[in-house]
Design a protein around this ligand. Structure first.
Ligand code: PMT
Length: 223
């Protein structure tokens, strides 16, 4: 039986890495493949949602008619689209691995090899989750991810509070098969009110279903 529990909902999803330009040929990036975010987009679109997928540079694709894909490269581009589109959405899920720092200056020409050390000066990017957390209305739901390497649950919990999220999906680099790149993930879903659900290692497609089920059960009742 096909679920239509997200019918009529407009969902913003961020996915993939961001690339922060150093010069015309180089960037600072990370290992996110976009798979987790794309699995979420497909799950929610399959359950009736209209999805806006704001995605950094990835090799994956999806062609569901209810997914509107917006390509971005940098954290600032991702932030601009997310801040503009969030007011028109019922729900946002932030699965992107957004760079926390970007070069202060982007060189216009390819930086030449020199004998001396090269010092790159970085500045913090905008925190998209925190910005949306500030904008959030009572009718809107904001779901983040946390990628942790230590003190996982307490770090995730404080991220949820600091960024004003309703729910956070924790994945730890200490769990084999979790996090970046692969087709699997192992998550713990934590809610603002303190409830916590620990899941086994599963495919990202199955993890996306668990996340959608949690959202539907707790926040879509009677809507
Ligand atoms: O793309 P895959 O290869 O499938 O990998 C999936 C994933 C590991 C990238 C994904 O499951 C994941 O954990 N995404 C969040 C990665 C991350 O940057 O976590 P964080 O703990 O640094 O950030 C916390 C939250 O704030 C996240 O929702 C993040 O999207 C958001 N954030 C962070 C920094 C920033 N400048 N803006 C943000 O919105």
């Amino acid at each position: 039986e096909r679920q239509e529990d997200f019918k009529g909902k407009k969902v913003l999803i961020t996915a993939g890495p961001t690339y922060e330009k150093i010069d015309p040929v180089r960037f600072i990036g990370n290992y996110s493949s976009g798979k987790m975010g794309i699995a979420l987009a497909e799950e929610l679109a399959g359950r009736g949602a209209e999805v806006l997928l704001v995605c950094g540079p990835v090799n994956q694709k999806t062609s569901h008619p209810a997914i509107h894909w917006v390509d971005v490269e940098s954290a600032s581009q991702m932030c601009e689209v997310a801040v503009k589109e969030f007011p028109g959405c019922d729900l946002a899920i932030l699965s992107a691995a957004v760079a926390d720092f970007t070069p202060k200056e982007k060189a216009n020409c390819k930086i030449k090899r020199e004998k001396e050390d090269l010092l790159l000066e970085l500045m913090p990017t905008q925190d998209i989750a925190a910005e949306l957390g500030q904008m959030k209305k009572d009718s809107q739901l904001l779901v983040g991810f946390a990628l942790e390497t230590n003190d996982e649950e307490s770090n995730a919990c404080s991220k949820m509070q600091r960024k004003n999220l309703d729910m956070i999906v924790l994945n730890s680099l200490n769990d084999k098969g979790a996090g970046f790149g692969g087709d699997t993930n192992k998550v713990t879903i934590m809610h603002r009110e303190g409830e916590k659900n620990v899941y086994e290692l599963k495919t990202k497609v199955e993890v996306a279903k668990d996340i959608a089920d949690q959202i539907a059960a707790r926040y879509l009742m009677g809507s």
